[in-house]
Design a protein around this ligand. Structure first.
Ligand code: GLN
Length: 266
């Protein structure tokens, strides 16, 4: 459990309380309304109390319940992985638009497996998911099992142990600058810094991926990356500097530039 931050500012919304109640008691929203006379066991009361205390300390709901929704998938999460974000759903949309059925796709830095599993459940693709953290790969494996997703998992520091070439490479790498004050706020305080911080500039991993991916793409293959709200220009320069063509970008649902992609010229 993360340390307790500013308890005076701590809040639990009714929607959050409801989520905790349904998830922890294994009840649906309807059951909570219709079974009003049901008495909770002491164990359940303790469970709820403990969950509310954790939430009051700022811990993300997803880590307390162990689940987060991503597209149509209810995904298992733990503090070993980033909590999947709706921004990243835009990246999945782009990959699905660019990739034909039966294509070979790589998800670099898969974490919970959100991108890889969403892709493999949406199209007949050969999906390989890479992460350098064994615990993250265990979470990914659990999600693959729960969703019966056929994903090949490889432990690798970016491309180090990756074999072969791909039609599309997708990545939501750590891209927050090490001194970004947002790291001390909200959910980010509880998430693994290895999944958030992209060196001093925030761009270190993005630059490494953009420069290496060309060697792992089929001719005319695509690299699709998620990036930070202020990294659009630098990421575009990196794509252009490494010889990608047809560079394009998409904003996330908040209107922030978030996804960029380019095509291998080889
Ligand atoms: N989108 C996350 C955030 O800033 C960062 C995720 C990442 O570094 N890939 O909240």
């Amino acid at each position: 459990m993360g340390q307790c931050f500013d308890r005076a500012k701590a809040q639990v919304g009714t929607d959050e309380a409801m989520l905790l109640a349904t998830q922890l008691l294994g009840m649906s929203f309807t059951e909570v309304y219709t079974e009003r006379a049901r008495l909770l066991s002491l164990v359940d009361v303790e469970k709820l109390n403990n969950a509310v205390q954790r939430r009051l300390c700022g811990e993300p709901i997803a880590y307390i319940t162990g689940y987060e929704m991503f597209r149509t998938l209810d995904l298992r999460v733990s503090p070993d992985v980033l909590i999947p974000r709706s921004e990243t759903e835009s990246l999945v949309d782009v990959v699905l638009e660019l990739t034909t059925d039966r294509g070979r796709v790589l998800d670099l830095g898969t974490g919970s497996g959100a991108i890889a599993i969403a892709l493999s459940k949406s199209k007949e693709l050969e999906v390989v998911a890479v992460d350098n953290d064994e615990r993250a790969l265990q979470v990914c494996a659990e999600n693959c099992r729960e969703h019966e997703a056929k994903v090949e998992m490889v432990r690798s520091n970016w491309f180090e142990n990756v074999k072969g070439r791909f039609d599309t490479i997708a990545s939501n790498p750590p891209y927050v600058a090490a001194d970004d004050p947002h790291l001390d706020e909200g959910d980010l305080r509880f998430e693994p810094s290895s999944a958030l911080v992209g060196g001093l500039s925030g761009l270190e991993h993005l630059e490494e991926i953009i420069s290496s991916a060309m060697n792992f793409l089929n001719p005319r293959g695509w690299l699709v990356v998620e990036h930070g709200y202020d990294q659009q220009t630098s990421v575009k320069e990196a794509f252009a500097g490494h010889g990608y063509t047809n560079i394009q970008q998409r904003r996330d649902y908040t209107g922030t530039p978030r996804v960029m992609w380019g095509q291998s010229s080889g």
